[in-house]
Write a protein that binds this ligand. Structure first.
Ligand code: GTP
Ligand code: SPV
Ligand code: MN
Length: 596
């Protein structure tokens, strides 16, 4: 597709006043920031306390990803699979052309050329997002690599993913009447649509995060997973870290946790045990592919963090606090009287007075949260003091381990190692988590979220599992990463977290590396290898014997109920379910039954 003719077609459809091409240059970025301040979308923060940083308050209806309005419009419904919303592509195209017709009237249409991954990386992919939101322009310049060079490459024949976004709030109506703008224009008729065959993205109505920053979930995961299926690689909702053991040996770990389940925190882990070091590579998206020697190598295709603010504080994630010290766009956090930001969990005590995320006066007695539970910070990777030194090269790293985790109050142990590649894929496929504020929906409800990819897989989840299984057939299995299950969120009967989490998760990382290096034996449980007595370094923790036992307890009846729930879930995929996964389920049932 020719870039300029596509841009012309979209401009004809959406009818903006003006078209501006984003170049990635600092001077243009500064103009966009100034415009956002003028429009009151950005509130400048205190320059001394939080240099070059801004607060954005969204419309209170536009605060999270909208999964029920996210569609995979493949030609055949079966290719979207039971975990995705689907609509016939021609019907959806009709709907979208209605919604997009004249949607940018009175506004500027921005054309953002970007690369996911370092431009010269063989793993990089190009995209172009068209948007009428300067907030999106500003955030995309943080989250992706925006440059005119991308345009040159496209004009010389490189492929790109076309992505169109509008907030769906034209400033001129059908009668030609002009209305005033608001700080956060949006439209409750949200659609986030992916066409996997033509690799197109169309997003209407929302300016928020994953709904509007289309290089992120829409391109890097939904379209990315389809590209990965067709080209032999994997696009994953994972963090990526480099761990250096006291021996000096270096390991790379990726981990898939659902939204708001701890990826950013683990990506920025500060170790509480001596001699170890963790460096951050990425916190949300990882692209993985087999190399010539049959290892899996990985990159972080993003250029920034779009992290959950609440719960981030000096005692939980000092690295994130240092990262957002400057150059950060905060969305839906609270404002302090001296022009700084605050959110629940930043400090133990709330300030006595704040302006809440909706702009209202707030005190600790107000009876509601000051920051929205899905409030976020958006900041360049380069701000992170723990970033790997060679991040600028974008060199892929060889994966040594993959972790799967979620919020599980029961059943799932603190850590367990899979018995084989297939068992590892089974663990990923049967992941479940208690729902969080990252998406609209009931908080706390348990849902199956295989590979943390339910909101992000661009094709049938069962075929996606098969694609993962196929990585186990490419060569020497011993070169593949080891797969582990983790759970920081197991609770005692009285509802308290059993595990301290955060920095203390380093103890689990150390055990995982002990298993990979062969230094630790582990102990066979029905769920895989768990630490045997003394293998998990617990020195200095205030954990009782009973707590430790509870963290690893396998309750047979509870597991029988879980297995039945997994059976029901697997049934949704009919004959597309890979037989290996059913075989794993049967084996698990056998192992659980033998403990009864
Ligand atoms: P997305 O950006 O939505 O994909 O989220 P994420 O997976 O990066 O989650 P993040 O690290 O931002 O954590 C989400 C919430 O979980 C925050 O409020 C954290 O404070 C909390 N959290 C993270 N790690 C731990 C942990 O080890 N234990 C406990 N109890 N809470 C944690
Ligand atoms: C998530 O929900 O997994 C996020 C935030 O990382 S968003 O970009 O809004 O998808
Ligand atoms: Mn995420």
């Amino acid at each position: 597709m020719k870039l300029t003719s596509w841009v012309d077609t979209i401009a004809e459809l959406t009818q903006p006043d003006q078209v501006i091409w984003i170049t990635g240059e600092k001077s243009q970025q500064d103009q966009i920031t100034a415009l956002l301040v003028e429009n009151q979308t950005f509130i400048p923060l205190n320059q001394k306390l939080r240099p070059n940083s801004y607060l954005a308050r969204t419309d209170p209806r536009d605060v999270a990803r909208v999964e029920e309005r996210t569609f995979i419009c493949s030609e055949n419904e079966v290719d979207a699979g039971p975990t995705n919303n689907w609509m016939d592509p021609s019907l959806m195209r009709e709907k979208l052309s209605g919604l997009f017709r004249g949607s940018m009237r009175g506004r500027v249409m921005y054309v953002i050329p970007f690369s996911m991954g370092i431009l010269d990386s063989p793993l990089a992919k190009l995209g172009v997002e068209i948007t009428d939101s300067p907030y999106v322009v500003s955030s995309m310049q943080i989250m992706t690599r925006v440059s005119s060079e991308v345009v040159d490459r496209i004009n010389s024949g490189s492929q790109f993913v076309p992505a169109v976004h509008t907030v769906g709030a034209p400033l001129i109506d059908d009668n030609g009447e002009r209305t005033d703008d608001v700080p956060w224009p949006c439209n409750p008729d949200v659609y986030v649509v992916q066409f996997p065959e033509t690799r197109e993205i169309w997003s209407h109505g929302s300016g928020y995060g994953g709904n509007s920053l289309l290089g992120k979930k829409a391109m890097s995961l939904r379209i990315g997973s389809v590209l990965g299926r067709d080209e032999g690689w994997l696009a994953e909702h994972m963090l990526l870290i480099r761990v250096t053991a006291p021996s000096g040996k270096v390991y790379h770990l990726a981990a898939a946790f659902p939204s708001a389940c701890g990826k950013t925190n683990l990506a920025m882990l500060r170790l509480t045990i001596p001699g170890w070091k963790v460096e951050t590579i990425g916190d949300d998206i990882v692209w993985i592919r087999p190399n010539d020697s049959g290892q899996l190598v990985a990159i972080n295709p993003e250029a920034g963090f779009f992290g959950v603010a609440p719960g981030t504080g000096e005692s939980t994630n000092q690295t994130a606090m240092d990262t957002v010290r400057s150059d950060t766009v905060f969305t839906n956090v609270a404002l302090t009287p001296d022009g700084d930001v605050w959110w629940e969990g930043m400090t133990d005590l709330a300030p006595s007075e704040l302006t809440d995320w909706q702009g209202n006066h707030w005190t600790p007695d107000s009876g509601h949260l000051a920051a929205h539970p899905n409030s976020r910070f958006c900041v360049p990777l380069s701000n992170c003091p723990q970033l790997i030194e060679d991040w600028k090269t974008g060199e892929p790293v060889v994966l040594d381990a993959i972790l799967f985790g979620g919020r599980r109050a029961t059943n799932v142990p603190l850590v367990a190692q899979s018995r084989s590649w297939e068992h590892g894929i089974f663990i990923g496929a049967t992941m479940a988590s208690e729902q969080t504020a990252a998406a609209e929906g009931p908080i706390g409800k348990l849902r199956r979220d295989p590979f943390a990819m339910v909101p992000f897989a661009g094709y049938n989840m069962a075929n996606y599992w098969e694609h993962w299984l196929s990585m186990g057939r490419i060569g020497d299995r011993s070169k593949l990463p080891e797969i582990f299950q983790v759970n920081w969120f197991r609770k005692s009967k009285d509802g308290q977290y059993l595990w301290p989490g955060f920095g203390e998760n380093s103890r689990v990382i150390a055990w995982i590396i002990g298993r990979i290096s062969g230094e630790l034996e582990g102990f066979d449980s029905p769920l895989g290898k768990i630490p045997s007595n003394g293998e998990l370094d617990l020195a200095g923790l205030k954990l009782s014997e009973l707590d430790i036992q509870k963290l690893f307890e396998v309750e047979p009846d509870s597991w029988t109920a879980e297995i039945n729930n997994i059976k029901q879930f697997f049934n949704e995929f009919g004959e597309n379910l890979p037989p290996e996964l059913n075989a794993e389920l049967v084996e698990l049932e056998g192992r659980i039954n033998r403990t009864k």
